[in-house]
Write a protein that binds this ligand. Structure first.
Ligand code: PBG
Length: 305
């Protein structure tokens, strides 16, 4: 029997609520008559704001409460930014849909400066992402890198309050929040790599609820899934945590997939970069291949902890 209503577990940040509303609208349009509502929840990842994410347990913090809500029957699905979803899901869960990807570039955001290249010597740049820190170090060893956590609105407020000369955010998040005007410059591939899965919205559900999975799967975008599956497979093969600076960018063309991957070191600003092409039906082997190429360049020394 097909469900008549779906409840979407979501975090309460403006970006999370926008994404959950977006999915709700798509589900209502795809399934006329289906009732869809939001179940906003607090997660530990949202509550712990004073420490770098990597030191308090990583990405899973943002998912846990939403997964518990699904297990307890308070929601049928959860909506996430795929980049916040760990390489390996908790047992019993699956990602039945990934929406078409938005702009995966990062955004250079500043009130006083047009781009990274024209920042004055020693300028203060805010980001707690190790991937962003390592790439900033590589391009501009002179910069002062400062931690910056919180949701998108909080980060912009801290910039506007003068705590930083510039900050780095995801273009996709700014665009979804109607903040496109804050993007001073795009930091984009191939010279700057996004996080695995950046700019893709994922739907998570219990793996054994076949009727629900069927309703959700209509929103899946095959090309996005191929690309982000390759990126996430690479990340997983590298150890798949957010305690290491890892970037990945996979493009999909008529000729197949092309994956470029990066492992970096924040202290030295050294970046290892590898790339390979593969068949669009085989994204996981491609991700593993690029991870192997990075290991062949010495990635293990960057990952060791
Ligand atoms: N880490 C928080 C987060 N998770 C997803 C996005 C942006 C949207 C996306 O990548 O889909 C952001 C904000 C940011 O990095 O600026």
């Amino acid at each position: 029997m097909s469900p008549t209503a779906l409840r979407i577990a979501t975090r309460k940040s403006a970006l999370a609520l926008w994404q959950a509303e977006h999915v709700a609208g798509l589900l209502r349009a795809a399934h006329p008559g289906l009732r869809v509502e939001l179940v906003p929840l607090s997660t530990r990842g949202d509550e712990i704001l004073d420490k770098p994410l990597a030191s308090v347990g990583g990405k899973g913090l943002f998912l846990k409460e939403l997964e518990v809500a699904m297990l307890e029957g308070r929601a049928e699905l959860a909506v996430h930014s795929l980049k916040d979803v760990p390489a390996e899901l908790e047992p019993g869960f699956t990602l039945p849909a990934m929406l078409p990807r938005a702009d995966a570039a990062d955004a250079f955001v500043s009130n006083d400066h047009a781009g990274l290249a024209t920042l004055p010597h020693g300028a203060r740049v805010g980001t707690s992402s190790l991937r962003r820190q390592a790439q900033l170090r590589a391009m501009r060893p002179d910069l002062t890198l400062l931690d910056l956590r919180g949701n998108v609105g909080t980060r912009l407020q801290k910039l506007d309050a003068g705590h930083y000369d510039a900050i780095v955010l995801a273009c996709a998040g700014l665009e979804r929040l109607g903040l496109h005007d804050r993007i001073r410059a795009r930091l984009s591939a191939p010279s700057w790599l996004p996080a695995p899965g950046q700019a893709a919205i994922a739907i998570e559900a219990c793996a054994d609820h076949a009727a629900i999975l069927e309703l959700l799967a209509v929103l899946d975008d095959a090309e996005t899934r191929q690309a982000v599956t390759a990126e996430r497979a690479m990340n997983h093969a590298l150890g798949g945590s957010c305690t290491v600076p890892v970037g990945a960018w996979c493009t999909v063309t008529e000729h197949g997939l092309h994956l470029r991957g990066m492992v970096g070191d924040v202290a030295s600003g050294r970046l290892l970069i590898a790339e390979a092409a593969g068949d669009s039906a085989e994204p996981v082997p491609l991700g593993k291949q690029v991870a192997e190429l990075l290991f062949a360049q010495g990635a293990a020394a960057f990952l060791g902890s």
